[in-house]
Design a protein around this ligand. Structure first.
Ligand code: UDP
Length: 342
């Protein structure tokens, strides 16, 4: 297939693009490089299998995106491009509404004008907000009530897709979509080419690994008074290669008129303290840990009931050992201490 991968120079998008190329697909990456890295594209370019095209373009440039889709005969879009830091979204919500919601509207206009038939959307467990206790692990029918602007933009993306799909159905045109609600994505490509490189880095595992490398002065634990066994937040960390695999399975399964939503996680939750301990074990390094106030926008406990995608598509995470997940990221950080810039 010819697949447009938005945000393909970013952390998750580049891993998905690599997987698609290895499977022999033609991959058209569009990335504004606001947070993405052209070097990630350079690293996957020699991949045997498919063909790679890269365009530096903002999704709000609707006409340019439409031209790109037409020029390369794209019928499937994987939409990864987005800002994804919960804390930043609380501090600067308009940045998130512009980059996530407005960009998605523009992208979908281009898709509809150019006849795209399948759309795979990177949604998030942040759309669930604080789920009721009886709904953890979280199934897809859990009420979606986000508590951060980031989560709100992802829910808006899902709602926009639902309405677009309805309009397409009424006018008799083929359109299908899947909203993939990621839990926390972690780890790096085990062949060592690709990794996680955010500036500033705010996600827990890379932050702790940077502390282990001595590249930052210890780690802050945001909140130790949550209603969890050790007082710190619990999350479900899914390996990025398993996530890419889920995208491929979903893309292959989509049929005209389908509207799907799947939770993607390993189904086990780890606390912030457990992550810090696991990083100490994997790296053998010690570093300072500071207990700090809660970070706004953080729900206490999020982990997935991912049984729907297993039942319908046979997907489940294969890399479920936390140490293996952390080890894959550790290898990237050791070999690329300055990320793509080093
Ligand atoms: N966290 C932390 N210290 C950090 C970064 C994150 O204690 O330096 C906590 C954060 O408050 C949350 C969890 O780790 O409870 C996961 O945060 P992350 O930003 O990695 O992902 P999110 O769950 O926000 O998508």
């Amino acid at each position: 297939m010819n697949v447009l991968v938005t945000g393909g120079a970013g952390y998750i998008g580049s891993h998905a693009a690599q997987r698609l190329l290895r499977d022999g697909h033609t991959v058209v990456v569009v990335d504004s490089l606001l947070r993405g890295h052209e070097r990630a594209i350079d690293r996957i370019r020699p991949q045997s299998g498919g063909r790679l095209v890269f365009a530096k373009l903002d999704l709000n440039e609707r006409a340019g995106i439409e031209r790109l889709i037409r020029e390369h005969g794209v019928a499937t879009v994987m939409h990864f491009a987005a800002l994804a830091a919960v804390g930043e979204s609380v501090e600067n919500p308009m940045l998130y509404y512009r980059n996530n919601t407005c960009a998605m509207v523009s992208l979908l206009e281009a898709c509809l004008a150019a006849g795209v038939e399948r759309f795979v959307f990177s949604s998030s467990c942040a759309t669930y907000g604080v789920p009721p206790e009886r709904m953890i692990p979280i199934p897809e029918h859990c009420p979606q009530c986000p508590i951060s602007p980031y989560g709100e933009t992802k829910l808006q993306g899902e709602r926009i897709l639902r309405d677009v799909a309805e309009a397409c159905r009424r006018s008799g045109r083929d359109f299908s979509y899947a909203a993939l609600r990621y839990f926390n994505v972690a780890g790096c490509d085990r062949s060592g080419l690709l990794g996680e490189d955010h500036t500033p880095e705010t996600h827990l595992i890379p932050v702790v690994l940077q502390a282990a490398l001595g590249r930052r002065d210890g780690v802050s634990v945001f909140g130790t008074d949550y209603p969890t066994p050790d007082g710190t937040c619990i999350r479900d960390y899914l390996h990025v290669e398993d996530l890419a695999d889920a995208h491929v399975k979903v893309m292959e399964a989509l049929r005209p008129g389908d509207e799907r939503a799947y939770n993607l996680g390993i189904g086990t939750g780890y606390s912030v303290r457990q992550i810090i301990e696991a990083v100490r074990e994997v790296t053998g390094a010690d570093f300072k840990v500071r207990e700090q106030a809660r970070r706004p926008g953080d729900p206490p406990r999020l982990f997935a009931d991912a049984s729907r995608i297993h039942a319908e598509l046979g997907w489940s995470a294969r890399i479920t050992d936390l140490r293996e997940i952390i080890d894959s990221a550790w290898r990237w950080f050791r070999q690329n201490p300055k990320g793509y810039g080093g």
